[in-house]
Ligand binder design. Sequence first.
Ligand code: NAD
Length: 313
Amino acid sequence: MKIAVAGAGGMGGRFALCLHQSGNDVILIDQWQANIKAIRKDGLTASLNGKVITDQIPIYYPDEIDEKNEKVDLILAMVKSPQLDQMFHAISPIIQDDTYVLCLMNGIGHEDTLSRYVNPGHILSGTTMWTATMKGPGLLELNGEGSIDIQNIRPEGKQAADKVIEVLNQAGLNARYSDNVLASIWRKACITGGLNALTALLECNNMELRSLRVFDAIILEIVKEYIAVAEKEGIHLNQTEMIEAIQDYCRPTVNGFAFTSMYQDLIQNHRITEIEYMNGAISRKGKQYGIPTPYNELLTQLIHAKEQLLTAF
Ligand code: NAD
């Protein structure tokens, strides 16, 4: 399969490596100049569960590709949420009638953004439990195992979803079909919504956050707001299950020692965060449905304030 991975960061790099090594024709598309230079010069290098591998994968700026020389069957959307609209606007020339898009990004509402550029019948949505860390331009740290859940957002996309799952499994990516991927996206959004903003604001890892006396009380309020908004969207989240999932995620043997992606983006790399697609989405949708969301609204405002202090935003 000819696959373009839009976003050559940690996750895009991981998927591109696996898909390329299993025999697919893969290209990367990215906008980070240092990353593009490094991958063109030395290839994409990853420490994969401790073993260092390097692969030469063609990488382009969005405006370097067009439909004449790069017709692709599948585009994997793996940028950070605030970059999605700009990326798909820039690569729209390669999106043709028979191109499918798979989005495995965290956050709520990406299908709406993608629908501006892709026939909704060709959008596949999903969640992934794989992880990745970008150590520097062209350099990835990939540890552990993961899985991918995928569903077509319109019925006509089922055959394509099955084909993509087959290709992902040939690449060892542990993919399966999900009957309700939207619920999985919301469950994951609720977990990240509980942890990401707080760890970035308090500058701590998951385990340190879990140890705070205020943790249980704040998490309960955040989760309650997620549940109330999700219910209006026809998605049922269970309060006990969500709180246990968040607590479990913070265990030392799970992700306790890890720093969330929002911590990494904002505190380590001074980058704009995905807050608008996490707690910010709950706050916006809460207003739309007349549901008060004071905790998610305040977290969104505080993260924006910290973005203003730490980035050129
Ligand atoms: P990433 O930040 O590593 O890469 C995303 C984009 O940002 C790429 O285009 C990359 O080139 C660019 N970028 C990375 N570091 C940069 C820097 N210092 N300066 C300028 N540009 C930079 O993002 P990711 O971790 O691959 O995440 C992609 C999506 O997948 C997000 O929605 C994320 O929430 C989700 N996700 C991530 C993980 C994870 O473990 N990293 C797990 C599951 C889902």
